[in-house]
Design a protein around this ligand. Structure first.
Ligand SMILES: Nc1ccn([C@@H]2O[C@H](COP(=O)(O)OP(=O)(O)OP(=O)(O)O)[C@@H](O)[C@H]2O)c(=O)n1
Ligand SMILES: C[C@](O)(CO)[C@H](O)COP(=O)(O)O
Length: 230
């Protein structure tokens, strides 16, 4: 599978900040679970070779049934206690001939084919790459009590998104190198193992559904998104 890539979609979280009865990755957006919509975005990409979805342990059978119900296909494996552990399980479940891996949060359904293509191309050329957007807001530390502290220069700062992609051997070694330490994303792991990661321009719409206000935004954006990307 030299010209294709594999994707791991970590969906093993509890969605505590979003709240609600159903974890956010299984909530319906545009008539299908968010996880299915995100998987569909990758399935539309011509270079996708294999997909693995990582769900909370014990939910594998139910999640597999949900995917089939919505006509989506992927291997489904159990996650771990952290995103990093879930991603490691997903990478291990990819077919042996996948040598380029993209990791993408299952709760970022607004991922465009252009962003995926840019990450794939940059990771293929440089070994690893990740989508990010330049920080747009003024950044300031919290101070003591209710007051602001120091202003932080934002020049050269990027807000990290996913997909984050790398050669499979780099990603596997980066996970092994991390041992018991936990990084919030693949770039942190890769850099910790000494691998360079290229910056790829992401997309402001590629939001991570984290809090209830993100859900309201997602529902408002969805119809136009489907017109452009669906
Ligand atoms: N043990 C975990 C934790 C998170 N994730 C996944 O990693 C992605 C990004 O995580 P985040 O938005 O922080 O999701 P949650 O951990 O579910 O959110 P919260 O921290 O609010 O509980 C999500 O698709 C989430 O399902 C995972 O696969 N395994
Ligand atoms: C990987 C990530 O989406 C990059 O912005 C983010 O770090 C994941 O969110 P978490 O709250 O750290 O799990």
């Amino acid at each position: 599978m030299t010209d294709t890539f594999g994707v791991v979609l970590p969906a093993g979280g509890a969605g505590r900040r979003m709240g609600g009865d159903v974890p956010k990755q299984f909530r319906l957006l545009g008539g299908a679970p968010v996880l299915v919509q995100t998987l569909r975005a990758f399935a539309r990409h011509p270079a996708l070779g294999a997909a693995v979805v990582v769900v909370p342990a014990g939910e594998e059978a139910a999640a597999g049934a949900r995917l089939r119900e919505h006509g989506a296909a992927a291997a489904v494996v159990a996650g771990g206690p952290t995103r990093q552990a879930s991603v490691a399980n997903g990478v291990a479940a990819l077919p042996a001939d996948v040598n380029l891996v993209l990791v993408h949060d299952a709760v970022r359904p607004f991922v465009s084919a252009d962003v995926v293509s840019r990450v794939v191309a940059a990771a293929r050329a440089g070994g690893a790459a990740a989508a990010a957007v330049p920080v747009a807001d003024t950044l300031r530390q919290g101070g003591a009590g209710p007051l602001f502290g120091e202003t932080v220069p934002r020049d050269g700062l990027w807000a990290m998104q996913t997909p984050q992609g790398a050669r499979r051997d780099w990603l596997v070694r980066a996970h092994a190198n991390a041992g018991r330490s936990v990084a919030t994303d693949e770039v942190g792991l890769l850099q910790g193992a000494g691998y360079p990661v290229r910056i790829v321009e992401g997309d402001a719409r590629n939001l991570k559904l984290t809090r209830p206000s993100d859900w309201a935004l997602a529902e408002a954006l969805w119809p136009a998104w489907m017109r452009d990307e669906g």
